[in-house]
Write a protein of this length. Structure first.
Lengths: 136, 163
């Protein structure tokens, strides 16, 4: 995400991340609000619920015009909730997905306003998925 | 020095053992240092550590002539950024090494492009270790400008619409 700084640096932004350590660095470096939603996975439904609630809180408070995500499950969740709250959704799929979009990417793709894959072959395999080179 | 790393999360004994046994049969020109993970297989024919702090890890990567690792994108990008030859073996779901087999496709793609060498499984390790001695990876040229420009255009248009 930080590699795309030149795209969003002029805008009013907030970060949402899963890790506290990353959050500290982001606050120091960019001086903008950073929300930490914590880790969760399917094996811990209670944690998932907590993350879900946290994401709803953030969206209600910030009312973003655009949600930009590079993944994974949490980003997917924020994209979905953000869309419901009226935001536009941008999904940048990870370089790890060399043959098809990630599961999260495939979930977001039908309603996203912009989906970018970092592999040309993946972009051509879907409607409305774009390729503009790779970040790494 | 060849630096074998299995990453910080889980051991990858199938890879460590395969390299160790290959070294037991015939030594390489380079000595090998293995980072084997917590409670991982303890090699007999190479030096090993369980884990390394980020800085120490970076130092080993910089000093290594070549790397061996699992086919995680993190490992692959580390090697490409450092310009080091890398041999990868994918973690497989059937051995409980990972939740799905995505490393197989990742490895195949980066190998196809000449960025890394790939061993599909432990049986291919001895031959690929030998190949690693002379492997010259195709460098990767990242081009973040394209994605940045597209994202910037998108965000600027949304912002203009709100004004």
């Amino acid at each position: 995400m930080l590699q795309t700084e030149r795209a969003w640096s002029g805008h009013d932004i907030v970060f949402v991340t899963t890790g506290g350590m990353v959050a500290e660095r982001l606050r120091g470096q960019y001086g903008v609000p950073v929300y930490v939603v914590g880790e969760s996975n399917r094996e811990h439904p209670l944690k998932v619920l907590r993350v879900l609630g946290r994401c709803v809180d953030i969206l209600l408070q910030e009312r973003p015009d655009v949600v930009v995500s590079t993944g994974a499950a949490h980003g997917c969740l924020l994209c979905l909730l953000g869309k419901l709250a009226g935001a536009k959704v941008v999904w940048i799929d990870s370089i790890a997905n060399v043959e098809r979009l990630s599961l999260s990417g495939r979930t977001v793709q039908p309603f996203a306003d912009l989906v970018i894959s970092q592999w040309p072959g993946v972009a051509t395999a879907y409607r409305r998925v774009e390729y503009h080179g790779a970040l790494v | 020095m060849i630096f074998l790393t299995v990453g910080t999360q889980f051991p990858f004994d199938r890879l460590v053992r395969a390299v160790d046994e290959a070294l037991g049969r015939s030594a390489l020109d380079d000595e090998v240092l293995a980072q084997v993970g917590h409670r991982g297989y303890r090699p007999r024919h190479m030096k090993w550590v369980e884990t390394l702090e980020r800085e120490a890890f970076g130092e080993r990567v910089a000093r290594a002539r070549a790397l061996v690792g699992h086919a995680g994108v993190g490992t692959i990008l580390t090697a490409l950024e450092a310009g080091k030859p890398l041999l990868v073996m994918p973690r497989l779901r059937r051995y409980g090494e990972i939740v799905n087999n995505h490393q197989v496709v990742t490895a195949r793609k980066f190998a196809e492009l000449g960025h890394v060498l790939m061993a599909h499984d432990e049986r291919e390790i001895p031959a690929q270790l030998a190949a690693l001695e002379s492997f010259v990876p195709v460098p990767r040229h990242a081009n973040p400008g394209g994605i940045v420009a597209r994202l910037k255009a998108f965000l600027d248009r949304v912002a203009d619409g709100r004004r």
